[in-house]
Design a protein around this ligand. Structure first.
Ligand code: SF4
Ligand code: SF4
Length: 136
C-alpha cells in the first residue's frame, strides 16, 4: 500500500498572510467534529485558505480541514458546496471565538485568535487537486 505523505506544518505551510485591513462581514468556520475530510470545499475556495490536516491524534486516515480566517474573503462557496453542511458563515466579530470552540486540531497555532490550550497542533497535508478548479 503506498504510504501517505504527511509533511509537518512547519515545512509545508505557506508563508503567513497578513491580516486583511478590511474584513468581510462574515467568515467561514468549520465545525471539525462533523467534518469528513472529503476535501470538496477546497475545490471551490477562490483564495485557497482551507487547509487539509491530519485529524485527532494525527491519524492520517482521518482528515479534517481548517480555514485561515485572516485570508477568507467570506464568499460562502465552501458553505454552499460542503456536502455535509459542516461550514457556517459566522459574523466576523464572533467568528474567531467560534473557530476556537469548533477546532480540535489546528495548523495555525501561531495565530493569536487560535491560541487555545487544548487544541491539538496538527500536521498539514499536502493539498491534492484531482481536477481543474471549477470556473466561477
Ligand atoms: S467563504 Fe470563500 S474564501 Fe472563505 S473559506 Fe469559504 S470558499 Fe474560501
Ligand atoms: S466539504 Fe465539508 S465535510 Fe468536506 S472537507 Fe470541507 S468542511 Fe469537511
Amino acid at each position: 500500500m503506498p504510504e501517505i505523505e504527511v509533511r509537518t506544518h512547519q515545512a509545508a505551510m505557506p508563508p503567513a498572510a497578513p491580516a486583511k485591513k478590511k474584513r468581510p462581514k462574515e467568515l467561514a468556520v468549520v465545525n471539525q467534529s462533523a467534518c469528513t475530510g472529503c476535501e470538496v470545499c477546497l475545490e471551490f475556495c477562490p483564495v485557497d485558505c482551507i487547509y487539509v490536516i491530519a485529524g485527532p491524534e494525527h491519524d492520517p486516515r482521518k482528515k479534517l480541514v481548517e480555514i485561515d480566517l485572516d485570508v477568507c474573503i467570506g464568499c460562502k462557496l465552501c458553505v454552499k458546496y460542503c456536502p455535509w453542511e459542516t461550514i457556517s458563515m459566522i459574523p466576523t466579530d464572533k467568528a474567531f471565538d467560534v473557530a476556537r470552540e469548533w477546532t480540535q486540531t489546528t495548523v495555525l497555532p501561531e495565530k493569536e485568535w487560535m491560541q487555545r490550550e487544548n487544541a491539538e497542533v496538527g500536521k498539514f497535508f499536502p493539498t491534492v487537486f484531482y481536477g481543474k478548479k471549477p470556473e466561477l
